[in-house]
Design a binder for this molecule. Structure first.
Ligand code: GAR
Length: 217
């Protein structure tokens, strides 16, 4: 992809957030322990200046960038401004962590195969903004967490990692949310690390994960 500058030592990551930022926290904590491979979070961007995620980022002395949607006529105008800032920061991987804006085709092309998203359900079930509640209310016995590449069709990109979470008799929506978030915080750093280690290969709809022992790395 021509427009992304690839640096040598680290892989520069931008995390895009809209809300609480518990996944951002998990990613920042993982990075401190070497858990993102060569990944380095260099920018946290948000469409919401009140997002608690921004405080979490500032707490770790990370650069933050707020771009509210109101000043932009179209989704693409907004995304062009966001992409400009990301290019300035030499971002190579865009990690969506509760970023609640739908990205335009422009942005997805700009960072083709370099945008990850986490979704709180087992895609392709329960797409959209209320994955946990929708699964809970549907009466399914198993839901879960999905990390996937972002493509132009919402919540439909190739799946990188998934994990199941059982919905037990005594679960409430709150206890289910807690269980889902716990799994998210484990799964997302793992997926980012796989990406930064160059171990993911997209073949059509399938993501192949190169095992460590296969090539001796
Ligand atoms: C997470 O549960 C994430 O899976 C979900 O938003 C939450 C953000 O939490 N994303 C979606 O539903 C995307 N469709 P956080 O701000 O605490 O990381």
């Amino acid at each position: 992809m021509g427009s992304v500058n690839v640096s040598e030592e680290y892989m520069n990551i931008a995390v895009l957030v809209s809300g609480d930022g518990s996944n951002l926290q998990a990613l920042m904590d993982a990075e401190e322990k070497g858990g993102l491979g060569s990944g380095k979070i260099v920018l946290v961007a948000s469409d919401n200046h009140e997002a608690f995620a921004l405080e979490r980022a500032r707490g770790k002395n990370l650069e933050t960038f707020v771009l509210e949607g109101s000043g932009y006529r179209s989704r693409e105008d907004y995304d062009r401004a966001m992409a400009r800032r990301l290019h300035e920061a030499r971002i190579e991987l865009v990690v969506l962590a509760g970023f609640m804006r739908v990205l335009s085709g422009f942005f997805i092309d700009e960072y083709k195969d370099r945008i990850l998203n986490i979704h709180p359900a087992l895609l392709p079930s329960f797409k959209g903004a209320h994955g946990i509640k929708d699964a809970y209310e549907s009466g399914v016995k198993i839901t879960g967490v999905t990390v996937h590449f972002v493509t132009k069709e919402l919540d439909s990109g190739p799946v990188i990692l998934q994990t199941g979470v059982g919905i037990e008799e005594n679960d409430t929506l709150d206890t289910l949310e807690e269980k889902i978030h716990k799994e998210e915080h484990r799964l997302y750093p793992e997926a980012v690390k796989l990406f930064t280690e160059g171990r993911l290969r997209v073949e059509g709809r399938r993501v192949r994960i190169r095992r460590r022992d296969v090539d001796g790395d």
